[in-house]
Ligand binder design. Structure first.
Ligand code: GCU
Length: 434
C-alpha cells in the first residue's frame, strides 16, 4: 500500500511541476537557460541600415516608419483628442513629507469611443522644475503606491486593494508593482504611473473592438495595443507639460516588457520624450524578430501550447493585423528591430536585460543595438559605447544593461535605471529648464 501512496505523491508533484513550468514559460520566467554572450557568431542584422549621412537617414525615416506601421504596429493614433478631466491631491505628505501624490484622470478620444484612465503623479518638493519619469505598470496604481487613496482601474477605491500575491513579487521582482519613490525622490525625479490596460484592455478581442471604436472623422484609430498604449504616454505629456513643477525638457518614459515595447513606440513618434527606459522589451521591442531564440511571431500571435496540454493565448492585439501574416516566414519581414531602435535615435535609451530572461532574447537585443548604433552616431551621439553585453555604460546614449536573473524589476534594475537617467537628464544650475 505504502508504494501506492508514494507513487501518487510523486505523480502529484510531477503534475504540479509541469503546470508550474508551463506557467513560467508563458510568463517568460522559465529561466533555465542563460542568454548567450557571443554576438559575433550570429547573422548580421537585416535589412542593413545603409544611410551614410544624417540627411540620408532622415530622408528615409518617415518611409521606414510607414513600413513599420504597415506590417508591425499600425498607425500612430494621431489626432485623438486628449482631455485632462480632473486632477486631485491624494497625499500632501508623500514619502514622509518629501513630496505630493496626485491623481489625474485623462480622456483620450471623443464620443462613444473615448477612453479614460488614471495617472498617479508623485512630485518631490523642489526649488526648481523636476525631471519626470512616466511609467506604465502591470499592476494598478494601487500596487504602485500601496496604501494611498487612489482609484483602481475598475473605479473602486484602492482601499479595497489586497496587494499583489507574494509569489508574483518573488518571481517578477520586488519592484514589479511597487514604485520605490524614495529612491526616485533621492535623485530628484517626479514619477507618474498608469496602467495601460485602462486605456486599451490587454485582452484579445476586447482590445480590437475598443480600438475600432476609436475611429472617427479626421482621427486615426490605433490597430495595435502597443501604439494605443504608446499614445497614452503622449497624452500624459500633453496634460502635464505646462505644469510649472515639471521640467518639460526632461520627461522620460519607462516600461517593462510589453510596456517597454510601447514606450519605444511612443519615443519614435513623440519627440518631446527626452529618454527611454525600455526594460526587457523582448520580441516586438528591441529583440530581433528574425531570431529564433525566445519568442517568435508564431508564438506571439498564436500563443503557446506547452506539452500540448495547456493553451496559452497569444497577443495578436499588440500588433497590427498584418503582422500575423509573417508567422512561419519572418525572413520576409521588410524590417527588423534594429531599425525600430534606430528610429528612437538620438533620444537616449536604456535597454535592460536579464541573463536568464532568454524568452526576451538579450543576445539579439544586443545585436540589434549594435546595428542601430550607426544611426545614433549619425546624430553625433556616442550611441552604443560598451565592449560587450556585460560592459554596462549608463552614460552612453544607447545603453545596454545585462544582469543575472530573469524577467523582473529588482533593485539592481532600479540602480541601472537611475544611473542611466541621471546621465541622460542631468540636473543642476547649468541645465536649461532645470
Ligand atoms: C509575454 C510576451 C512577451 C512580453 C511579456 C510581458 O511573455 O510573450 O512578449 O514582453 O509577456 O509583457 O511580460
Amino acid at each position: 500500500m505504502g508504494w501506492i501512496v508514494t507513487a501518487f505523491k510523486w505523480l502529484v508533484r510531477i503534475v504540479v511541476a509541469l503546470v508550474g513550468l508551463t506557467l513560467l514559460t508563458n510568463c517568460t520566467m522559465l529561466g533555465l537557460n542563460y542568454a548567450s554572450l557571443e554576438v559575433d557568431n550570429k547573422p548580421d542584422a537585416r535589412p542593413e541600415i545603409t544611410a551614410a549621412t544624417l540627411a540620408e537617414w532622415e530622408a528615409g525615416r518617415d518611409g521606414l516608419i510607414e513600413t513599420f506601421e504597415e506590417v508591425v504596429y499600425g498607425p500612430w493614433p494621431e489626432g485623438q483628442a486628449v482631455e485632462l478631466v480632473s486632477r486631485r491631491m491624494v497625499d500632501e505628505e508623500l514619502a514622509g513629507g518629501r513630496g505630493t501624490l496626485e491623481e489625474l484622470v485623462l480622456r483620450v478620444g471623443s464620443g462613444g469611443g473615448a477612453r479614460s484612465f488614471h495617472v498617479a503623479l508623485a512630485l518631490p518638493d523642489a526649488a526648481r522644475p523636476v525631471p519626470l519619469i512616466i511609467s506604465q505598470t502591470f499592476s494598478s496604481n494601487c500596487g504602485a503606491f500601496p496604501g494611498a487613496p487612489l482609484t483602481a482601474p475598475d473605479g473602486s477605491d484602492c482601499a479595497d486593494y489586497e496587494g499583489i500575491p507574494g509569489f508574483v513579487e518573488t518571481i517578477f521582482g520586488e519592484f514589479i508593482a511597487l514604485v520605490p519613490i524614495d529612491q526616485y525622490f533621492d535623485h530628484g525625479y517626479g514619477y507618474a504611473t498608469w496602467q495601460a490596460g485602462e486605456l486599451i484592455p490587454d485582452r484579445q478581442g476586447e482590445a480590437q473592438a475598443i480600438m475600432n471604436a476609436m475611429a472617427g472623422e479626421g482621427v486615426t484609430a490605433p490597430t495595435s495595443a502597443l501604439s494605443g498604449w504608446g499614445y497614452g504616454f503622449s497624452a500624459i505629456i500633453d496634460a502635464i507639460e505646462t505644469d510649472e513643477a515639471i521640467n518639460r525638457d526632461q520627461i522620460a518614459v519607462m516600461g517593462h516588457s510589453r510596456h517597454a515595447k510601447s514606450a519605444m513606440v511612443a519615443a519614435i513618434y513623440d519627440r518631446r520624450i527626452a529618454a527611454v527606459v525600455s526594460h526587457q522589451s523582448g520580441f516586438g521591442g528591441a529583440a530581433s524578430s528574425r531570431s529564433d531564440t525566445g519568442e517568435t511571431v508564431e508564438r506571439m500571435i498564436e500563443g503557446v501550447r506547452p506539452f500540448g496540454v495547456l493553451n496559452m493565448e497569444g497577443y495578436p492585439h499588440w500588433f497590427a493585423p498584418a503582422f500575423s501574416d509573417y508567422a512561419e516566414r519572418t525572413e520576409d519581414l521588410p524590417v527588423d528591430q534594429h531599425q525600430f531602435i534606430a528610429l528612437v535615435a538620438p533620444t537616449p535609451m536604456l535597454l535592460g536585460n536579464g541573463r536568464r530572461d532568454v524568452w526576451s532574447d538579450p543576445n539579439s537585443t544586443y545585436r540589434m543595438a549594435e546595428a542601430a548604433d550607426r544611426v545614433y552616431e549619425l546624430y553625433g551621439t556616442d550611441g552604443l559605447d560598451q565592449a560587450g553585453m556585460q560592459d554596462f555604460n549608463p552614460a552612453a546614449s544607447l545603453s545596454y544593461f545585462l544582469r543575472p536573473g530573469g524577467h523582473s524589476i529588482t533593485q539592481r534594475d532600479v540602480d541601472a535605471f537611475l544611473a542611466f537617467l541621471d546621465a541622460a537628464m542631468p540636473q543642476g544650475d547649468d541645465v536649461p529648464g532645470g
